[in-house]
Design a protein around this ligand. Structure first.
Ligand SMILES: [Zn+2]
Length: 218
């Protein structure tokens, strides 16, 4: 079966279930308007979908997928094409989500591009000219600046993990730069979280600001 046909087959099963009696109650309430209380900013990577990862149901999570799950800094003007910022604005002002999760992951291509460029290697190991990825990754450039100690003590995989995790914290800080995000946090109506998912082991860790470390979620 081709990858496209597989999707069509999946939809066939989805539709049968979607319109089933079992879902009728949910559909009657949710068909006109969504009211998720959690927003997740996740990478576009096909292996780390937060809905699959958390077994969330329809209507449970408001999701933004972008390259390397980044939140750009708040800007007051010149906001012509800021899709991630627009989604955050909708989630906080309209949906009034109670949690925003920045979800990083292992083997992130965007982070790889950032680290490769930092070492003056070819971006994404090809000679293809990329116009958008590297400038987008500038948002978390600082995450790839390692100390001499880190470089001497950690192998490439460990440095990549460190970079992926630091990038989620930069995005958290950027989130706090949005005035209405800050207001919601101060009003105790919104909590921010940083997660990091390891694809090979299925391990999910979250940032604990008290210990300044990533710790097991469960
Ligand atoms: Zn990624």
């Amino acid at each position: 079966m081709s990858s496209y046909d597989k999707l069509v087959e999946g939809y066939r099963k989805f539709r049968a279930e979607y319109l089933s009696e079992e879902n009728a109650d949910w559909l009657s309430k949710a068909k006109d308007k969504q009211s998720p209380k959690v927003m997740v900013i996740a990478c576009s990577d096909s292996r780390v979908n937060p809905v699959i990862l958390t077994q969330a149901g329809l209507g449970d999570i408001f999701v933004v997928h972008n390259v390397a799950n980044l939140v750009p800094p708040y800007k007051q003007s010149g906001n012509t094409h800021h899709s991630t910022s627009a989604a955050i604005e909708f989630a906080v002002k309209h949906l009034k989500v109670e949690h925003i999760i920045i979800k990083g992951h292992s083997g992130c291509g965007g982070i790889n591009a950032l680290m490769a460029d930092h070492d003056h290697k070819t971006v994404l190991e090809t000679d293809a000219p990329y116009s958008f990825i590297r400038p987008w990754m500038d948002i978390v450039e600082k995450a790839s600046e390692f100390s001499a100690e880190e470089k001497s003590q950690m192998d490439e995989d460990a440095l990549a993990t460190l970079c992926e995790r630091r990038a989620t914290l930069i995005s958290l800080e950027n989130l706090k730069g949005f005035p209405w995000v800050r207001e919601a946090i101060e009003a105790k109506a919104l909590k921010l979280h940083a997660w990091h998912f390891d694809i090979a082991s299925g391990r999910l860790v979250q940032y604990n600001s008290k210990t300044d470390a990533f710790e097991e979620l469960v």
